[in-house]
Ligand binder design. Structure first.
Ligand SMILES: *Cc1c(COP(=O)(O)O)cnc(C)c1O
Length: 392
C-alpha cells in the first residue's frame, strides 16, 4: 500500500511526512537552512544543494499537496499570487491570450490586467458560470482558460469538467484556482484541469498565521507548445525564486493535517448562518452554492463534496448599511482574507475588491462577505443578529 491509496485525512497527515530518519521525530523538522554540505563536488545528500532550489520542509509540503489534489507534482510559493505569477510566466508568452473570469479574486485580475498585459499577454473576460460565455471568449491565440470556483466574492460556480472540454478542444490549458473549496471539497484535476493553484494562506494554512501559495500540475500535462508543464513550472519556480520559506512551509503542512475536520465544521456552520440570513428581513439576497435556488447548485453538488465556509449576502439600505454591519459585529472580525478558524466579515466593494472598481469585475456595493469560522454556530448567529437587527 502506498500513501496515495489512503483516504484524504490519512494523506493529509502522512503524505510526504515519514518520521525523520535521524531522530524519529514524527513531525518533519523546520530545515531553517540555506545550503547543504556536499560529499565531494556534486555529491548531494538527497538532492539538496541550495534552499531556493529545494528544501526538505518545502518538499514535505509539496508532496503532501500533490497527493491531496491528485497531481503529479506540487510547488510551494511565498504567496498565492507568487504561485499564479510563476504559472503564468512559465506557460504563456507575449502574444498569447487568456480567458479570465468575470468574478474573481481582485489580485488575480490585477495580475492579468496590470502586470501581464503590459508584457503582451492579452485577456478577455468570460462569465465562467456559463460555459457558452467561455467558448465565445476564445480566440485563435488563446493558450489558457483561468477559472475560480466557487468565485470570490459572489460564490458563482463554474462547471470544471465542461470548461476543461472547451479549453482542450481549443488547444488551451485549464487552470483552476481551488482556494475557496480546498482540496478536501473539490479536486479539479480529477475533473480535467491541467493546473490547480491555491492561496495556502486561506483554508490550507487555516489559522491566519501564514501567507503562502501552491501550484499543482496534473500528470502528463503539456503546454500548447508541446513542453512538459511540470518541467516549465519547476524551472520557473527556481529561476524566479518566489519560494515558500521553511517555517511558512511547516505552518501550512501543520494546517493541512486538520483540513478535513476543519472543512466539515466550516460547512456545518455556514449552513446554519445561511439559514439564519435567509430568514432575516434586512437581507435581500444570500449567495451560497448549497442553496437549491443557486443558479449552478446542481453543478456544485456534482463537483464538490460540500459547499464550503464562504457566504455572501446583500442588505437593505445599500452601501452605507453594509459597511456599518461589517463594523458592528464582534465575533466576526472585520478584516480581509478568509479560511481561518476565526470568522471574518468584510465589505468587498471597499476592501478586497476595491482594485476592480470601475472594471467589468466590480461587485455590488451592498454586498457583505463572510468567512464562517469554526466557533460555535449559535454564537455566530447571535452576533449577526444583533448587528442586522439594529441596522437594517
Ligand atoms: C487570497 C487569494 C489569492 C491570493 O493569494 P495570496 O496568498 O494572498 O497571494 C488568490 N486567489 C484567491 C481565490 C484568494 O482568495
Amino acid at each position: 500500500m502506498t500513501v496515495d491509496d489512503l483516504g484524504f485525512s490519512s494523506r493529509a497527515i502522512h503524505a510526504g511526512q515519514e518520521p525523520d530518519p535521524t531522530t524519529g521525530a514524527v513531525v518533519p523538522p523546520i530545515h531553517q537552512v540555506s545550503t547543504y554540505k556536499q560529499d565531494g563536488v556534486g555529491g548531494l545528500r538527497g538532492g539538496y544543494e541550495y534552499s531556493r532550489s529545494a528544501n526538505p520542509t518545502r518538499t514535505a509540503l509539496e508532496e503532501c499537496i500533490a497527493s491531496l489534489e491528485g497531481g503529479e507534482r506540487a510547488f510551494a510559493f511565498a504567496s498565492g499570487l507568487a504561485g499564479e505569477d510563476t504559472v503564468l510566466r512559465a506557460l504563456l508568452a507575449p502574444g498569447d491570450h487568456v480567458v479570465v473570469p468575470s468574478d474573481a479574486y481582485g489580485g488575480t485580475y490585477r495580475l492579468f490586467n496590470r502586470v501581464l498585459k503590459p508584457w503582451g499577454v492579452e485577456h478577455s473576460i468570460a462569465r465562467v458560470a456559463d460555459v457558452e460565455s467561455v467558448r465565445a471568449a476564445l480566440r485563435p491565440e488563446t493558450r489558457m482558460v483561468w477559472v475560480e470556483t466557487p468565485t470570490n466574492p459572489l460564490l458563482g460556480i463554474a462547471d470544471i469538467a465542461a470548461i476543461a472540454e472547451v479549453a482542450h478542444a481549443a488547444g488551451a490549458l485549464l487552470v483552476v484556482d481551488n482556494t475557496f473549496a480546498s482540496p478536501y471539497l473539490q479536486n479539479p484535476i480529477a475533473l480535467g484541469a491541467d493546473v490547480v493553484v491555491h492561496s495556502t494562506t486561506k483554508y490550507a494554512g487555516g489559522h491566519s498565521d501564514v501567507v503562502g501559495g501552491a501550484v499543482v500540475v496534473a500528470a502528463g500535462a503539456m503546454t500548447p507548445r508541446g513542453e512538459s508543464v511540470v518541467e516549465r513550472v519547476a524551472f520557473h519556480q527556481n529561476s524566479m525564486g518566489a519560494v515558500a520559506g521553511p517555517f511558512d512551509a511547516w505552518l501550512v503542512l501543520r494546517g493541512l493535517k486538520t483540513l478535513a475536520v476543519r472543512m466539515e465544521r466550516h460547512c456545518d456552520n455556514a449552513e446554519v448562518v445561511v439559514d439564519f440570513l435567509q430568514g432575516h428581513p434586512g437581507v435581500t439576497a444570500v449567495h451560497y452554492p448549497g442553496l437549491p435556488d443557486h443558479p449552478n447548485h446542481e453543478v456544485a453538488s456534482r463537483q464538490m463534496k460540500r459547499f464550503g465556509g464562504m457566504v455572501a449576502f446583500r442588505v437593505k439600505g445599500g452601501e452605507d448599511v453594509a459597511a456599518k454591519v461589517c463594523a458592528e459585529t464582534r465575533l466576526f472580525t472585520l478584516g480581509e482574507s478568509l479560511g481561518g478558524v476565526e470568522s471574518l466579515i468584510e465589505h468587498p466593494a471597499r476592501m478586497t475588491h476595491a482594485s476592480v472598481a470601475g472594471t467589468e469585475l466590480e461587485v455590488p456595493a451592498d454586498l457583505i462577505r463572510l468567512s464562517v469560522g469554526i466557533e460555535d454556530a449559535a454564537d455566530l448567529v447571535a452576533d449577526l443578529r444583533q448587528a442586522l437587527d439594529r441596522l437594517t
